[in-house]
Design a protein around this ligand. Structure first.
Ligand code: ADP
Length: 615
């Protein structure tokens, strides 16, 4: 029964039921004792008193009968006396069977003796009256019968008094018994309450102890300590629960071990892959602390991973410029970015394309950043060789080309003699091609100068409206000839920009000449400038031919030209490439929005000279 929780709870109930039964039984017994005491009081003593009263009454009547006998009527006197003798004896018999008190028997015996004598004396009285007359009988009555009568009465009263006293004593006893019973019952009830309470507490504590222990273990397991096992303190339902709980934690432990094992294996695999990547790579957290680096990175910067772990990037790579470049990319909050930087390592120049990629976890904020270094030094060297080669060739071409153009000009002006029409045509073609070649050479030279950083930029605060106005003016005549509307609109009080005015004028000329090239009569070209987001935005917008969407991202590439235009419209394909280089050299951006047959809009941005003027 005690093996199950149900049994244990039933035991507590059983205990309480027994307590209630004991109190109930004690109450019943007390009540019974009390009623018995009262009953005794009512019956025995009362019966004796009642009998004595009746005996006294009968005796009084007999006494009267004796007097009637003496003085008035002998017959009636005898009848009344005999009648009451019977009454007296009946009650005497009742009383003699109802002796309950000590000393009562003596009184009963005395009464019996006195009464027998009294009856005998009445017989003697009859004899005296019949033989000696009334006077002698009166004297006999007074001297002999009366003392016996008085003594008998006194005995009867004593008997009544004895029973009365006994009755009062019985009443006191009953009261005492009732009081004692009450105290007993109170004590028993208090004992039952205290016993019930203590027993319930004792058993409840005993039965709940395994639950408390299990709860404590559960808390520890919840906080992550899967090694905890619940103590099995009982073999009831709670014991079973604890055993099942232990099984569950064991399974969880096994699962965690297997999950951690798999995760560790996966992590090691990923680490091995990262380590074996030939490109230098470092992983930083959001506070620029180093989380991981591969062998290639260690070799490149001559650092050791174990010494660099969790240290700030600047502590390990003491290169402020490199840090500025990386932090700039990270802070721009673009998911993946790249920038080319020049690094001096062992007194040698290296070029790296640095790529920063944000590592995103479960939340939207990146948990870290992968910084990969792609070595493009070789590519840069080759590019330099190519740029130098082009610069040299262009330079070598420039002088002969100038001579050819000047020579053909002179011949065409017929300074050296008249020309036939055919000769003029040939000479014109030579001059046109020469001019085209010359502009190509000029573009190539400009480009190679910018690329090899030989082009000197005089970047200083300057006014943009003047630059725009003079550029636009140069193209008014050509626009008029083509019947194209050319206008410009600038915000009033444009702030100054930080730029090389000559180079920006070159950019505007190039964009305007392209716009004119790809517009027809009735079209319009609009140049505008405004400040947006703290930068100057300049746009050259036309309603001309437009550019097919698939070419839009390539038009800034060198020598790229959109297919399908007339050959004579084609330039060198270098103009936009040079434009882009110049704008980038100003730390600006350039882009094109265009729709075929609807027109194009080229926009470039430039930094403002006065920070206060940003609006
Ligand atoms: P090009 O000397 O051939 O004009 P660019 O580099 O200046 O070389 O331009 C590259 C190409 O971009 C052009 O061949 C032309 O197809 C296209 N392009 C440039 N500007 C415009 C324009 N405003 N409208 C349409 N196409 C244009």
């Amino acid at each position: 029964m005690m093996r199950t929780l149900k049994g244990k709870i039933s035991l507590i109930y059983l205990f309480l039921v027994i307590m209630i039964a004991v109190v109930g039984a004690a109450s019943v017994m007390d009540l019974y004792g009390l009623s018995k005491a009262i009953n005794g009081l009512m019956t025995a003593n009362y019966k004796s008193i009642h009998a004595v009263d009746n005996m006294l009454e009968a005796l009084e009547r007999q006494d009267s009968a004796a007097l009637i006998y003496i003085s008035v009527n002998t017959e009636k006197g005898i009848d009344v006396f005999t009648e009451n003798t019977n009454v007296f004896l009946r009650w005497y018999e009742i009383e003699s069977k109802n002796v309950t008190e000590s000393g009562e028997q003596t009184h009963v015996d005395n009464i019996g003796t006195y009464y027998t004598k009294y009856v005998k004396l009445f017989s003697s009285l009859q004899e005296i009256r019949n033989t000696q007359g009334v006077e002698a009988s009166v004297e006999f009555y007074n001297n002999t019968i009366m003392p016996d009568f008085i003594a008998l009465k006194q005995e009867l009263k004593a008997l009544s008094g004895l029973n009365e006293t006994a009755m009062f004593n019985a009443k006191d006893r009953a009261t005492r018994t009732a009081r004692v019973s009450m105290y007993w019952l109170l004590a028993l009830t208090a004992a039952a309450i205290a016993g019930g309470f203590l027993a319930s507490r004792f058993f409840a504590n005993r039965f709940l102890r395994p639950i408390y222990s299990l709860t404590e273990t559960m808390k520890l397991v919840k906080s992550g300590d899967l090694n905890q096992q619940a103590h099995i303190l009982s073999h009831d339902e709670i014991g079973e629960l604890a055993a099942e709980f232990n099984n569950m934690t064991k399974r969880l432990q096994q699962y965690e071990q297997s999950a951690i094992g798999t995760l560790m294996a996966e992590k090691n695999k990923s680490l091995a892959i990262v380590k074996s990547i030939s490109e230098p790579l470092v992983v930083l957290d959001s506070h620029y602390r180093i989380l991981l680096m591969n062998d290639s990175y260690e070799r490149l910067f001559d650092v050791r991973e174990d010494k660099a772990m969790n240290k700030h990037f600047l502590e390990v790579n003491r290169n402020g410029e490199l840090f500025d470049c990386i932090s700039g990319m990270i802070e721009s909050e673009v998911e993946s970015q790249q920038k080319i930087v020049k690094l001096m390592l062992d007194d040698e120049e290296y070029y790296f394309n640095i790529m920063v990629t944000a590592v995103k976890g479960m939340d939207t904020q990146p948990s870290g950043f992968i910084v990969a270094f792609h070595n493009i030094t070789q590519m840069k060297l080759l590019e330099k060789v190519r740029t130098d080669f082009i610069a040299t060739i262009s330079h070598e071409f420039k002088t002969p080309l100038t001579s050819i153009i000047m020579g053909t000009d002179l011949i065409l002006e017929e300074e050296m003699g008249k020309l036939t029409i055919d000769q003029k045509d040939v000479m014109s073609t030579i001059r046109e091609d020469g001019q085209k070649l010359s502009s190509l050479v000029n573009d190539l030279l400009e480009l190679s100068k910018i690329e090899s950083s030989k082009a000197v930029f005089h970047i200083q605060p300057c006014r943009l409206d003047g630059v725009i106005e003079s550029s636009v003016k140069q193209f008014y005549q050509q626009a008029e000839q083509k019947d194209v509307i050319l206008e410009y609109e600038c915000e009033e009080d444009l702030p100054r920009i930080f730029a090389d005015a000559e180079k920006i004028s070159w950019v505007l000329n190039n964009l305007l000449s392209n716009a004119l090239k790809y517009t027809n009569a009735g079209d319009a070209i609009r140049v505008s400038a405004a400040v947006k987001g703290g930068r100057m935005h300049v746009s050259v917008k036309d309603t001309g031919a437009g550019i097919p969407a698939e070419y839009l991202d390539r038009i800034f590439d060198k020598f790229f030209q959109v297919k399908g235009y007339d050959l004579e419209m084609r330039g060198t394909g270098l103009g936009l490439a040079v434009v882009k280089e110049i704008i980038q050299a100003h730390d600006g951006e350039i882009w094109c929005e265009s729709r075929l047959d609807a027109g194009s809009c080229f926009t470039f941005t430039l930094p403002l000279a006065d920070i206060d003027s940003e609006h």
